[in-house]
Design a protein around this ligand. Structure first.
Ligand SMILES: [Zn+2]
Length: 194
């Protein structure tokens, strides 16, 4: 049967690999957000497990339940102002934690979602509003790079292999079940501060 916009996601409340319908919803949501952010000139990049999945698995890692993007916090009000537009398009914007993340749900019913993590530029560092361990060098997104997935181009850090090694360690190409770390902090000319 599978899930739809009118139902809960298939694995709601369970730890299980994503069903193909759930992956499809996340794919469509990612494309939707890309197009919306292009329309409103909001630069973003694919981040965390979503970037790892697109690069390594050419898709979504089946134990991920969401898609992660990053955006500079100066675009936060612009994103909040799109709530009515996003709802009219059949999705749901959740700005309840907008001091550090904006979330777009597949629908009011279906909990599959995309998280937009907010970063504050401070000199040559992009500081995460969510977790200091997620800070990274601004040069990774200036200029933005691209990654192709599902026949579409999305925005990404410009040096994906170096970025993924910074986020996940040098053996990031080796899949490990339920393993998303270590997330390291790189904030000073490529040096690891922890
Ligand atoms: Zn599903």
């Amino acid at each position: 049967m599978g899930c739809t916009k009118e139902t809960r996601m298939c694995t709601w409340g369970k730890i299980a690999p994503l069903e193909s319908c759930c992956i499809e919803h996340l794919k469509v949501l990612t494309q939707y957000t890309h197009n919306l952010f292009q329309e409103y000139a909001i630069p973003y990049w694919i981040d965390f497990g979503s970037l790892l999945g697109m690069y390594r698995e050419k898709g979504i890692i089946v134990h991920d339940t969401d898609v992660d993007l990053g955006v500079e916090v100066k675009y936060n009000n612009k994103i909040s102002s799109l709530a009515a537009r996003i709802e009219a398009d059949g999705y749901l914007l959740d700005s309840s934690n907008s001091e550090f993340v904006q979330r777009i749900y597949v629908s009011k019913k279906n909990q599959l979602h995309l998280d937009i993590f907010l970063y504050q530029k401070n000199g040559h560092i992009l500081e995460s509003r969510f977790k200091a361990a997620h800070d990274f060098l601004y040069e990774y997104i200036a200029p933005l790079g691209k990654i192709e997935c599902w026949g579409h181009e999305f925005f990404a850090p410009n040096d994906i292999t170096r970025f993924l090694a910074m986020r996940y360690g040098p053996d990031y190409m080796t899949p490990r079940k339920h393993y998303k770390g270590p997330v390291r902090r790189e904030t000073h000319d490529g040096e690891d501060l922890i």
